[in-house]
Design a protein around this ligand. Structure first.
Ligand code: ATP
Length: 753
């Protein structure tokens, strides 16, 4: 066993295309070249591997430039019957040997990865056969005794074990939520019902998450078909009750693999017909089809492809030559490696469980987040909450915001209110943040008060950055007593966290503050402790990436450098992640600061690049990266030093980053965190606890932290956590965005980022 540097590396995309495959291709090509490993693209998937010739092409740094924003895969994909045969794989092996390739990165679904595994298992036998036929000599075989393979899952279905998310699933969810949002508005205008069919074969992920994100009224997924035979009547009854309760539209979302509990396929037309008969109105069917695979990749998919692609090459460079194929995946925000075939087998186990009608097993195999999301969905789509049992202790729980606006705040309130009501409690809404708490602007909310909020941008309850001080505490205490608030959920940013922390510190002087308070992270800045991601940050990231795509397009005919300023205050998350997603060659953040030396290197790098054929420069800076070397200063400096080589434009993106409708991820996480927060509050009140806590996503898990830890975990002056997981991604961003591989550019310019 030995760790050998791969001689040559091949990359192919196979099976159905998925948005984000291009960023993976770019990352693989550039990481390999940066490490001095020649890399080849195998065009048209396994068919290209069998055909060889022009289908195997040497890649350069520039051949993957400008592709991050493009959907599909630039190296083509196909389904190949030839590769399923041994003769085809023999030809494929010969083609690889011709190019000296013995390392492969395969991006595809479970079928493609199964094929890859088989190919690797057969490698020695295929080579022996080639020698026997006189097509290669013994020396060639000795040089390439093993085929090393890593797999990345490129599939919109999100149906694969070994990764929380497959490349393309988030973009497909974007397409689905955009479509259902659009359908909902027309459906509500006409008080109409729609049946929307989404992709996913055996996997209900897209239907479930699409339904949860858009506030659908009924969802059919293969893993958990309706558990009664008269489900049609039940569905109609519930949907009619929903209309009576005030819903103007009715949306049924179904996965393409939906079936009843006996395994009988459920068709969308059949569902529409059933609804038409029961509701006595016209029901429309929309089959979303290939739209879901199309369009620009989301920010998440671009970064997912980049990180997985980079890790794939690193893994090939550092592993033993006879290592079994690995699948590179994501767990929480961390890259993981798992034996590829175990992942494929587990994936097939779900399909088998569905086939055997063992739905409990199928659902559980999808994992705890999936199960939890399904349970939450079932509550959310009720026409009205369940009635509390006689003698049930109805708590009075309040929900409010604090801090700047973050997309997804409404989704969080909707979930909190509905979960609280369904658990039998009284839910109160506080208007305008802490000011509303001071002014007693508090009102009771019911099931329909939050109808339609799942997808709504802005913030219906109102929010602001106001933080209460000592003089306000008396009024807040009075409001809490007057309203008899027993637990408080604050959905917001820094102002909410610090406000809650100060209230807890004042508990001794204000007995009314002896209630449990939970803070839920909602800020585009992603600068809160205890949570790797806050609600709103994903939407802001997508808004930035969309805007930068347009800015880049605007300069096609010119030689131009853009300096784009993004929000984040003293937290560089948005700057770094948008830089990674757009291929910015330089990202400036306060965490690293800006030195004159950096700017000088940038000037030299830009001048070198633009005098060697570069047409576009992109620099992203966080708004407070350096208050002296600000955006205007940087632009003037580059303009002056760039002479006539290029011109410079600044773009300060401003509040478009806070607006817009929330992304599917933000809606789903908001719903998840709010559900957990309300359950936690109920539990705390029942235990007579008056502790404060903040909730957050850590890795794959949702965790609560004691509010007492707030000060210990943060840099109060800079208003950001002491530990920021995403800082580890900086070297990847700067390696991939270099103008050319490190070993090819002049030494003094070798470290632009
Ligand atoms: P998607 O999830 O988008 O359908 P997939 O990778 O599962 O992607 P498949 O059509 O199952 O798509 O597989 C793609 C290609 O991988 C096939 O056309 C075939 O060339 C190859 N392949 C799949 N399964 C095998 C196998 N068992 N042996 C050899 N090759 C296979």
């Amino acid at each position: 066993m030995s760790v050998e540097k791969p001689t040559r590396l091949g990359i192919l995309t196979s099976g159905g295309d998925a948005q984000g495959m291009n960023s993976a291709v770019r990352a693989i090509v550039r990481t390999a070249l940066d490490r001095g490993v020649p890399v080849y693209a195998i065009l048209e998937g396994y068919q290209g591997l069998v055909d060889g010739g022009d289908c195997i092409q040497s890649m350069t740094w520039d051949s993957v430039g400008g592709i991050l924003h493009r959907g599909g895969t630039i190296i083509g994909t196909a389904r190949s019957d030839a590769f399923r045969t041994r003769a085809g794989r023999l030809q494929a092996a010969w083609n690889l040997l011709e190019h000296g390739i013995d390392n492969l990165v395969i991006i595809g679904g479970d079928g493609s990865l199964t094929g890859a595994n088989l190919f690797r298992q057969e490698w020695a036998g295929l080579l022996a056969e080639l020698v026997e036929k006189g097509l290669v000599n013994q020396e060639t075989i000795t040089e390439h005794p093993n085929l090393k393979i890593v797999g990345l899952v490129g599939s919109i279905d999100n149906d694969m074990f070994g990764t929380d998310m497959t490349i393309g699933a988030d973009s497909a969810l974007h397409r689905i939520t955009e479509a259902i949002d659009a359908i909902s508005s027309t459906a509500a205008s006409h008080q109409r019902a729609f049946v929307v069919k989404v992709m996913g074969r055996n996997c209900g992920y897209l239907a479930l998450m699409g339904g949860l994100a858009t506030g659908a009224d009924w969802v059919l997924i293969p893993e958990s078909p309706p558990d009664v035979d008269n489900w049609r009547e039940l569905m109609c009854e519930r949907l009619i009750a929903g209309r009576k309760a005030g819903r103007r539209d009715t949306i049924v979302v179904m996965a393409e693999g939906a079936h009843d509990r006996h395994g009988n396929y459920i068709g969308s037309t059949e569902v529409a017909k059933t609804l038409e008969e029961a509701m006595k109105e016209e029901v429309r069917v929309t089959v979303l089809g290939h739209v879901q695979r199309g369009g620009a990749p989301s920010a998440f998919d671009r970064n997912l492809g980049t990180l997985l692609g980079h890790a794939a090459v690193e893994s090939l460079l550092s592993s033993d030559s006879d290592i079994e194929p690995q699948l590179i995946g994501l767990r929480g925000n961390h890259i993981t490696l798992s034996p590829l075939m175990e992942c494929v087998e587990q994936t097939h186990a779900v399909a088998n469980a569905i086939e055997e009608h063992n739905y409990e097993k199928a659902l559980n195999l999808r994992g705890s987040s999936f199960v939890e999301a399904f349970q939450t969905l079932r509550t959310m789509l009720r026409a009205l909450p369940r009635q509390p049992q006689p003698g049930h202790n109805r708590l009075r729980l309040a929900v409010m915001h604090a801090g700047a606006l973050a997309p997804g705040m409404n989704s969080a309130v909707r979930a909190a209110v509905r979960i609280g009501l369904d658990r039998g409690h009284i839910m109160l809404g506080v208007r305008n943040g802490f000011q509303g708490l001071i002014d007693n602007e508090i009102f009771e909310m019911n099931w329909m008060s939050v109808n339609g909020w799942a997808s709504r941008g802005g913030c219906e309850l109102g929010t602001n950055r106001m933080m209460p001080s000592g003089k306000d505490y008396y009024h807040i205490a009075r409001s809490i007593e007057l309203q008899n608030i027993q637990g408080l959920l604050i959905i917001g940013g820094w102002a909410g966290y610090e406000g809650a922390f100060q209230m807890l510190k004042a508990q001794e002087n204000y007995p009314a503050f002896n209630i449990p308070i939970v803070c839920l992270p909602a800020t585009i800045d992603n600068n809160l402790p205890g949570s790797e991601l806050s609600i709103g940050a994903d939407t802001a990231l997508n808004s930035i990436v969309g805007a930068v795509d347009k800015i880049k397009d605007s300069a096609v005919a010119l030689k131009r450098c853009f300096v784009v300023e993004v929000m984040g205050r003293y937290c560089g998350y948005l700057a770094l992640m948008s830089g990674l997603a757009t291929g910015a060659e330089r990202v400036y953040i306060d965490e690293e600061g800006v030195r004159l030396k950096d700017l000088q290197i940038d000037v030299e790098g830009l001048n070198y690049g633009f005098s060697h054929g570069k047409r576009l420069g992109l620099i992203i800076r966080s708004e407070n990266a350096n208050l002296v070397y600000n955006t205007a200063f940087m632009c003037s400096l580059f303009e002056e030093e760039g002479h006539d080589l290029y011109d410079v434009r600044q773009s300060i993106l401003g509040h478009l980053q806070q607006g817009g409708i929330p992304s599917p991820f933000d809606r789903i996480q908001a719903t998840r965190l709010a559900t957990r927060s309300i359950d936690y509050l109920i539990d705390q009140v029942e235990k007579s606890s008056s502790e404060g806590a903040f909730i957050g996503l850590q890795g794959k898990e949702i965790k609560f932290h004691n509010m007492q830890d707030f000060e210990r975990l943060v840099d109060i002056k800079k208003q950001r956590p002491k530990e920021q997981w995403w800082m580890d991604l900086r070297p990847i961003a700067s390696t991939l965005a270099q103008p050319s591989p490190r070993h090819e550019i002049p030494k003094e310019l070798a470290q632009p980022g």
